[in-house]
Design a protein around this ligand. Structure first.
Ligand code: ZN
Length: 172
């Protein structure tokens, strides 16, 4: 999937979620991404730099509500934005993991049921979908998906360990 500056013209029909005739209509791409999210049965692992897109957050919450295990890693510095979906996730019992680090979590990938990978340049923000040059690749090729599964676990373990350390500091 490719996004370009022309996608900004499609923003008005986000309300009806109906794609226009353009092959690269971002609404078509968005619906495809939502279709994959809605297909999750067991797990949904999300690692994103910036997540503000409410329609995509709703798809994540729908997954949680049908008992999919949802895990989210976000970049700490971007969670302070008013537009971050963080509070909406908290309200639904989803606790994204993020930690103040001296480096950025700049990934943009999502793994569905350890089987389907969505990855690319795009942050889950409306400005990225409607007006940036961006790409999203979807694959179920296990030689590609597995390293991402591993990377997700690696970062999650690392961030969780940091959290434990800071708790220890407070306790002692
Ligand atoms: Zn369109």
């Amino acid at each position: 999937m490719f996004f370009s500056k022309d996608c900004s013209l499609c923003r008005p029909h986000l309300n009806c979620m109906t794609p226009c005739a353009k092959l690269n209509c971002p609404i078509r791409h968005l619906r495809k991404i939502m279709y994959y999210l809605d297909s999750a049965i067991h797990t949904l692992d999300i690692c994103l730099y910036f997540f503000t897109f409410s329609e995509l957050a709703e798809a994540v919450i729908r997954a949680k509500n049908r008992n999919v295990v949802v895990r989210i890693i976000l970049e700490d510095s971007m969670t302070h934005s008013d537009r971050s979906q963080l509070m909406n996730f908290y309200k639904e019992g989803i606790k994204p993991v993020f930690k103040q680090l001296d480096f950025l979590v700049h990934h943009k990938f999502v793994i569905i049921d350890n089987n389907i990978l969505l990855t690319g340049s795009i942050n889950w923000t409306k400005s990225a979908f409607f007006g940036n040059f961006e790409n999203v690749l979807v694959t179920n090729e296990s030689a590609i998906v597995k390293p991402f599964v591993h990377e997700f676990e690696r970062i999650l373990t690392m961030l969780t360990a940091i959290e434990t350390n800071s708790e220890n500091l407070i306790t002692h």
